[in-house]
Design a protein around this ligand. Structure first.
Ligand SMILES: Nc1ncnc2c1ncn2[C@@H]1O[C@H](COP(=O)(O)O)[C@@H](O)[C@H]1OP(=O)(O)O
Ligand SMILES: [Mg+2]
Ligand SMILES: [Mg+2]
Ligand SMILES: [Mg+2]
Length: 319
């Protein structure tokens, strides 16, 4: 299957959401604390509303498994915030009102099935608030396999950012977000170990989302001495896919042994790296499981590489 219609819809939806996010980012985004104490902004809600509405109208039968829920926004104390989200969304879709916003965000409460979409409306919210890296991440999963992935990275690579996308079996591509309509796709590939400037690894900015001292040690064991490229979000997958780094390490934080990764934090990035020639697995070498649950219950750690060094990294982790 070519998934041409899915690819086109996913790209269009993410481009619109990225525009909304950039407008909010330039106005200093306001953070609301979620129940798990992580932040969410009005742009996260707006992005999810836009993308869910778009995907739902193009593919009415497809469930969407998304990060955010409209519950918080429906509380009376957020009445002004809800109005503001409507204003943000209006610039991309004029057919919006408060009731529709709640309904559209709520489309994201779907379940994992044989065919579904998974969405992180803003991946790396902490980066977004810091005016740093973030991504809008959308993927289509069929039979447990990621078939289409899109990452809009508005703060990465060049002014206005880069869009990365891939369809299974068709390669990975990038285009500038700002000039998307007037440029042609550039196919991207991982870099081999010979480009010494890019023989480096990438990891989260947030120390609590990984194990930075162990990540440094593993990188050193395979001969990487360069300082890590620290960035928020799945932009790190984009960096490995287009050859800006050879490795992305995300080892479990020893203080948070019970943390399990969400599928929307990895699905889009995974296909983009794989279709660029790289490899993605957990720290035991197992494939990431996008088939059973919105959390990857049986995967610990995430290793993303150019493929060439993958076995070496897994070996280094055993010692
Ligand atoms: N303890 C943790 N370990 C790994 N990832 C985490 C942890 N806590 C939150 N995250 C997730 O890491 C992602 C950001 O990744 P990065 O650090 O690479 O930018 C977010 O989606 C965030 O989830 P959440 O959206 O629930 O906050
Ligand atoms: Mg998010
Ligand atoms: Mg995320
Ligand atoms: Mg979050």
């Amino acid at each position: 299957m070519s998934f041409a219609k899915e690819q086109q819809a996913a790209i269009e939806a993410c481009l619109r959401a990225a525009k909304l996010c950039e407008r909010v980012r330039s106005a200093i985004p306001k953070a609301i604390e979620k129940q798990d104490q992580s932040p969410v902004t009005l742009a996260d809600f707006g992005s999810q509303a836009l993308i869910c509405q778009y995907i739902r109208s193009a593919f009415p039968d497809d469930p969407i498994v998304a990060e955010e829920s409209p519950k918080e926004l429906m509380k009376p104390e957020h009445a002004e915030n809800l109005k503001q989200v409507v204003q943000y969304v209006k610039e991309e879709n004029s057919d919006v009102d408060e009731k529709k916003i709640i309904e559209w965000i709520g489309y994201g409460d779907g379940h994992v099935t044989d065919r579904f979409w998974t969405l992180d409306p803003i991946d790396g919210t902490k980066g977004f608030i810091r005016q740093d890296q973030y991504a809008v991440a959308l993927a289509l999963i069929v039979g447990g396999d990621v078939k289409v992935g899109v990452l809009a990275c508005p703060a990465y690579g060049e002014e206005g950012g880069l869009l990365f996308y891939a369809v299974r079996g068709q390669g990975s591509y990038t285009q500038p977000i700002r000039s998307f309509e007037t440029t042609i796709p550039t196919r991207i590939y991982i870099t081999s170990n010979t480009d010494s400037d890019k023989f480096r690894f990438t990891e989260s900015v947030e120390g609590a989302h990984g194990d930075q001292s162990k990540q440094k040690m593993i990188a050193q064991r395979i001969g990487i001495s360069a300082e890590p490229l620290r960035m928020d979000s799945q932009v790190k997958y984009g960096a490995v896919a287009n050859g800006d780094a050879v490795l992305y390490l995300r080892l479990p934080n020893p203080g948070r042994g019970d943390y399990r990764e969400n599928i929307w934090d990895h699905a889009a990035g995974t296909i983009i790296v794989e279709e660029a020639g790289g490899k993605v697995s957990d720290m035991d070498g197992k494939a990431l499981n996008f088939r059973d649950n919105e959390k990857m219950l049986h995967n610990r750690g995430v290793i993303v590489s150019n493929g060439i060094i993958h076995e070496q990294v897994l070996e280094a982790l055993k010692n």
